[in-house]
Design a protein around this ligand. Structure first.
Ligand SMILES: Cc1cc2nc3c(=O)[nH]c(=O)nc-3n(C[C@H](O)[C@H](O)[C@H](O)COP(=O)(O)OP(=O)(O)OC[C@H]3O[C@@H](n4cnc5c(N)ncnc54)[C@H](O)[C@@H]3O)c2cc1C
Length: 415
């Protein structure tokens, strides 16, 4: 049995943020299923949405988010997240995240992504998530108040109800049982507050862009202790994941379609114009649905994305990583089409929380992709998710720090 002030389950951007924000005052245990940087956060490519220029506005960011969410976003939460974006990015800059600067060094370079009405995506080249993850993970690993348990899987939450010691109507979370993957032993980790930051559930699907760790564990654990779960039907699919037995999860960026890539059936014919007048440039969900329709109708394993009609040096210079990875698998994208399938990309739903990340149980928080805060509604706006991890990571940390020291029960756990 180990006892901490705060137990954080998950070492992605959500977990790391809350850990760093409470560690000055609290004794923290952070558990990670594999190594600390084995997270979806590490794989994020595009960047983080934030209003950082005078020609943009919080109102515009809110409106873009509501439009993407198909009328199902929580407006208050959306305002809260958009309003805290700038200070969140400034905090990351202060931590040393090497965001890409303008060529003339006049400030940070901002890109524009689908669904955003303005340039507002701050990024670190095309590997933003990795840059943020390693910067924060490094600080967490070196913090004297944070104990990191890698290769440890949380298997179940401990609650006052399970132990038969409920003093209030609402049960409290008292920690978790954690399996040490190396020894096969289960450790009891008691904590005054527990934070679920276990990421998404993409691995529930056959094809996903997510890493192996994204198996929805936090949602399952929260459900088992009686938390409400919402919007799990809203899984965002990315249209173009490489289809190859050895490729595992490899994303073919939307920019390939943006630069003229054409979706084709195995006989070389085009099909997107029959589904939407914007053809290959229709939004993600429309393209993914059209591909799924064609594959099911014709019994196909995949369709093809063809950019080989563009000059080879253009393709190689615009998409060096994709070119390299496909070549390793024997596909020369300058000469032949890329086999692709739609893949589960983002879980919009999850454990229901309030604006501090508080769940239905006392002393249990859920933040990041595992939570359903109401920000994404039916469909996440690109680059809003890393932002959500950090805004709610900070909000949960504030709430935890503001709590009066409760007379929580370590004795029954020890017994
Ligand atoms: C390829 C790709 C590209 C993306 N690009 C962008 C982008 O450009 N911008 C953007 O905003 N979003 C992007 N996203 C989405 C974004 O990366 C995720 O939503 C976000 O990183 C989720 O962070 P998180 O901290 O909630 O979870 P994660 O970063 O996934 O971390 C989850 C952690 O929980 C741990 N864990 C899970 N279960 C257990 C358990 N039972 N016990 C112990 N530990 C456990 C895992 O090991 C991991 O450490 C992208 C996602 C992918 C897959």
């Amino acid at each position: 049995m180990q006892q901490f002030d705060v137990l954080i389950i998950g070492s992605g951007l959500a977990g790391l943020t809350v850990a760093l924000k409470v560690a000055a005052e609290k004794k923290v245990c952070l558990v990670s299923k594999r190594k600390i940087n084995d997270t979806s956060s590490s794989w994020a490519q595009g960047g983080i949405a934030a209003v950082l220029r005078d020609d943009d506005s919080i109102e515009a960011h809110i409106q873009d988010t509501l439009n993407a969410g198909a009328g199902l976003c929580d407006q208050e939460i959306t305002r809260e997240v958009a309003s805290h974006a700038k200070e969140t990015v400034e905090w990351l800059i202060a931590q040393g995240v090497p965001f890409t600067r303008e060529q003339d060094d006049s400030g940070y370079h901002l890109t524009r992504e689908g669904g955003h009405s303005h340039r507002r995506i701050i990024h670190a080249a095309d590997a933003t998530g990795h840059a943020v993850q390693v910067t924060l993970a490094d600080q967490v690993l070196n913090h004297p108040n944070i104990t990191v348990l890698e290769d440890h899987i949380a298997v179940d939450l401990i609650t006052s109800r399970k132990l038969g010691i409920d003093h209030e109507e609402t049960p409290s979370c008292l920690g978790a049982y954690v399996l040490n993957n190396k020894t096969g032993k289960v450790v009891t980790v008691g904590a005054q507050n527990t934070v679920l930051a276990t990421g998404g559930a993409g691995k529930v699907f056959l094809y996903t862009t997510n890493p192996d760790v994204s198996t929805g564990d936090g949602v399952a654990m929260a459900w088992r202790v009686g938390c409400r779960i919402a919007n799990m039907e809203f899984i965002q699919f990315h249209p173009t994941c490489l289809f190859h037995p050895k490729a595992k999860s490899f994303l073919i960026t939307e920019a390939v379609r943006g630069e003229g890539g054409i979706l084709k059936l195995p006989d070389g014919s085009r099909f997107m114009q029959q589904h939407d007048e914007r053809a290959e440039l229709a939004p993600r969900d429309v393209v993914a649905r059209a591909m799924d329709f064609e594959m099911k109708k014709r019994g196909l394993d995949c369709v093809y994305l063809d950019i080989s009609h563009k000059p080879a040096d253009f393709v190689i210079s615009h998409f060096p990583t994709i070119y390299r990875r496909c070549m390793e698998l024997g596909i020369d994208i300058t000469k032949e089409p890329i086999p692709v399938v739609p893949a589960a990309h983002y879980s919009c739903g999850g454990v229901m929380t309030d604006h501090n990340g508080q769940t239905d149980l006392n002393n249990l928080y859920a933040i990041g992709e595992t939570a359903c805060t109401g920000l994404h509604g039916a469909n996440r706006l690109a680059s809003n998710s890393l932002l959500e991890c950090m805004v709610f990571g900070q909000a949960a940390a504030k709430a935890i720090l503001a709590e009066e020291k409760k007379n929580y029960c370590s004795t029954p756990l020890l017994g």
